[in-house]
Design a protein around this ligand. Structure first.
Ligand code: SF4
Ligand code: SF3
Length: 550
């Protein structure tokens, strides 16, 4: 038995987790996730062929998205649930096959069943399934096909996983797009063939970037049409007296439904991690019992949750092994799961979570008030575009730095705190995703009436940053790379891979990436990225600032 996983930045020794995931994923969980991906690729091979003949099935498309999302880092650690996903995906794969065969018959074209994952049959027995999954080990593939081609193939897959998470958030709000599903199927089909060369795979990776841009745009539309355009909002980051529930993850709908179900109960709701930007959405902020944000980024949860006298809801990544002191008050929903932790089903009846909060002591006192500001999505920033443009023209704003991305446990991540602190006073800092907790409680002052630190939202709100950059480039009559804008990115999981591919698809150069480079990017691929996009690993804040500002 063995496992091999190198999809996140935390991967063991910077090369791959082979015994147990640093994230807490067991060998069996990793193998079952490999099996789920194999079946999903097979499903996509058939769905792609059916789509080319004009046939599709929304249920199959949605299941493909959810299967990919379930394998994102820090989402699902529960083997039984992953086995259920495998069984469901296998049924959907057979339905996709039938769909393709019917469409081919209708079109009068011969049927050509794809080889590879489409023919992989998951064993009915659990032990047999696990042993069968061992053969799907990436390490064996690397031995056979070499690390560069396999690394690129997995870069495509990891980007698709990240984009799938965003597609699912849009889907739960009723927003979906057939052309997006078709692109997922087509890209999965390409890597399922296993015969692409390096150039072909690089092209596919940039296509994932293009796809993710469409998905982020769809999600932006879903969030803003459903909950309103985010507005600058003061958020309390210290507790108030009373019973409490903490909501973590990225799913706005779960937060909204919980706010409705807790209305009038006296329970206060706190955002955590990537839920912080929710305070800025009019339809969420109108609930008076959404009282604040608790704690820092995901990797601090085991320490911080011990101080939270209420219950916890995980709506998406990043969940870590809950400590025994609070485990019985933790609940998951959607695709998140941890063995032995209560799960709220698709009916979104949060009663067990609410009861756990009522049974817990709650905060006895108000802590001294402290507030930060969020809500600088594209709607707000473009609303003051002229002020920004004038400030750049007058020299009041010298440069923009987007310091954003995922947080994580590595000590090298202090770079981002120090970088933000050392950005000169005449430069503006844009931020997004959970990496901002490294510096978002500091006072950066203002420039021309604008806060120097503008929080644009969740990781998917990279879409806002792209929109703002596009509008500035238009106003100045220049290209994106000619703007006084530098991207200082931190990555951890596969959504960051999707976003990075989107930025590369847009031709954005000189991105600084850290805290370490992905293990699946071999020196050969890195050279191509350096030659084409001048991508660079982070060095020190001093050196990088000097290079950028001259
Ligand atoms: Fe290791 Fe990351 Fe994979 Fe977890 S998700 S097993 S930490 S590479
Ligand atoms: Fe953070 Fe997990 Fe990536 Fe949406 S919550 S950014 S790491």
């Amino acid at each position: 038995m063995s496992m091999f996983c190198y999809q996140c930045e935390q991967t063991a020794h910077g090369s791959g987790c082979t015994v147990q995931g640093v994230c807490g994923k067991t060998e069996t969980t990793a193998q079952l996730q490999d099996a789920l991906i194999e079946v999903t690729k097979g499903l996509a091979q058939y769905a792609h062929r059916a789509a080319q003949l004009g046939a599709r099935d929304a249920a199959i498309d949605r299941l493909m998205i959810r299967s990919l999302f379930a394998t994102v880092t820090n989402v699902d650690f529960d083997d039984e649930r992953i086995i259920t996903h495998i069984r469901e995906a296998a049924v959907a794969r057979d339905q996709a096959k039938a769909l393709y065969h019917r469409a081919a018959a209708d079109a009068g074209t011969p049927v050509a069943d794809p080889a590879g994952p489409a023919q992989w049959q998951p064993a009915a027995d659990r032990a047999a399934l696990i042993s069968q999954a061992t053969d799907l080990d990436i390490a064996r593939l690397i031995d056979r096909r070499g690390p560069t081609a396999v690394g690129l193939e997995y870069m495509v897959l990891f980007g698709l996983k990240g984009a799938a998470a965003y597609a699912d958030h849009a889907l739960v709000l009723g927003y979906e797009d057939d052309s997006i599903y078709a692109a997922f199927h087509a890209l999965l089909d390409r890597i399922a063939g296993g015969d692409q060369d390096v150039q072909g795979l690089l092209g596919a990776a940039l296509e994932v970037g293009a796809l993710n841009l469409k998905v982020m745009e769809l999600l932006d539309r879903a969030n803003t049409k459903t909950y309103g355009t985010p507005v600058p909002t003061q958020v309390r980051v210290t507790p108030v007296a009373g019973k409490c529930i903490l909501v973590s993850g990225h799913d706005l709908r779960d937060l909204k439904l919980l706010l409705e179900q807790t209305e009038g109960t006296g329970i206060n709701i706190y955002t955590h991690g990537e839920m912080l930007p929710c305070h800025a959405y009019p339809e969420l902020k109108k609930h008076a019992h959404l009282v604040g944000n608790f704690g820092g980024a995901w990797q601090d949860q085991q320490k911080e949750f011990k101080q939270f006298p209420g219950s916890f809801l995980f709506t998406t990544n990043c969940i870590q092994k809950p400590a025994d002191t609070y485990k019985d008050r933790v609940f998951t929903t959607g695709l998140v799961a941890w063995p032995g932790v209560g799960h709220i089903g698709e009916d979104k009846n949060f009663t067990p979570l609410i009861d756990a909060a009522l049974a817990a002591p709650g905060f006895s006192d108000d802590a001294p008030a402290q507030e930060i500001t969020v809500g600088f999505g594209h709607g707000t920033v473009l609303g003051v575009a002229q002020t920004v443009i004038d400030a750049v023209k007058s020299g009041a704003i010298r440069h923009f730095f987007l310091i954003g991305g995922c947080d994580g446990a590595k000590s090298g991540r202090n770079y981002y705190t120090e970088f933000a602190e050392q950005v000169p006073d005449d430069c503006l800092i844009l931020t997004l995703a959970c990496g901002k907790y490294r510096f978002n409680k500091r006072d950066f002052g203002t420039i021309g009436g604008l806060p120097r630190l503008l929080d644009m939202g969740q990781c998917n709100d990279a879409y806002s940053a792209i929109k703002v950059a596009g509008a500035l480039a238009e106003a100045f009559g220049c290209g994106l790379n000619d703007l006084p804008l530098s991207l200082i990115l931190s990555w951890y999981e596969q959504k960051a891979v999707a976003i990075l591919l989107t930025l590369l698809h847009l031709g954005i150069k000189n991105i600084r990436l850290g805290p370490s480079l992905p293990a699946f990017v071999t020196p050969e691929v890195l050279q191509v990225l350096v030659d084409t996009f001048a991508i660079a690993p982070i060095s020190t804040p001093q050196e990088d600032l000097k290079t950028i500002l001259g």
